[in-house]
Design a protein around this ligand. Structure first.
Ligand code: ATP
Length: 230
């Protein structure tokens, strides 16, 4: 279980998260939805060790990992796919995969990434920066997959992509979830996120104001509060 307990966090003197509690049980899909600037990205940054909370605890499988750096969280099975993808544009697709897959035999890592998104197999020698936005996002997700994570944190993977590409990425995320990997999804495509989610959290101005199962959500309130929901 990945647990964020009473987390407050911010940047310098600016508080963003205010006593937030969120749980990602193993093998579950959790959707984190909210208005722009609510603090969703900040919460993912805390969950992957990129940002140390000012108060509260980050726990993984019962161990307190608060304040531990990202590589410790990554080694413990928490992988973050950041907003903006985080691929290295000047490195080839192959090297982007291998950089993340340290320790995994080369052929195995490449094969695994290509099994997620076959198009990557035809682009292995190209610089990642020459790929389309959708292909770069596939690469970012595939890189996470090759590390065999127990928890993947995904920040707006569908941002700016054509619906057909979003379909392909969500289809893979569905397979990943079925294989037993837990997902924490921050998503603008509310309906797609809710289709996959076991639990949903709504965030507004740094606080969680709903936590429950998708079926318990008040659809009208959701649409009103999250206009632009697709
Ligand atoms: P969005 O959907 O717009 O990405 P979000 O819910 O992910 O929003 P965050 O990116 O976590 O929200 O931002 C929450 C608040 O923190 C915003 O007011 C933002 O301006 C502020 N913020 C984010 N990053 C920084 C930073 N590096 N330094 C200072 N303030 C920041």
């Amino acid at each position: 279980m990945l647990e964020l307990l009473d987390i407050s966090a911010g940047y310098g003197d600016t508080p963003v998260l205010r006593e937030v509690a969120l749980w990602v049980p193993p093998r579950s899909v959790v959707a984190l939805l909210g208005t722009n600037g609510a603090g969703k990205t900040t919460l993912l940054r805390v969950a992957s060790g990129l940002l140390t909370p000012t108060t509260g605890e980050l726990r993984l499988d019962g161990h307190d990992l608060t304040g531990k750096p990202p590589h410790v969280l990554a080694r413990a099975g928490v992988c973050h796919v950041p907003e903006g993808r985080g691929v290295f544009p000047n490195l080839t697709v192959r090297d982007n995969i291998l950089i993340q897959a340290a320790g995994t035999p080369v052929d195995e890592a490449i094969e695994k990434a290509v099994s997620a998104f076959p198009i990557l197999g035809r682009k292995l020698r190209q610089p990642a920066g020459s790929l389309s936005g959708g292909q770069q996002q596939m690469l970012a997700v595939a890189r996470a997959y090759v590390t065999d994570p127990a928890y993947v944190l995904l920040d707006e993977v569908s941002m700016g992509l054509a619906p057909v590409v979003v379909d392909e990425i969500f289809e893979f995320l569905g397979r990943l979830a079925t294989s037993g990997c837990a997902l924490l999804l921050v998503e603008q495509y509310v309906t797609r996120a809710l289709e996959l989610a076991d639990y949903v959290y709504l965030m507004n101005r740094g606080r969680i104001d709903f936590a429950g199962e998708p079926g318990e959500l008040d659809g009208a309130r959701l649409m009103e509060q999250y206009l632009g929901a697709r």
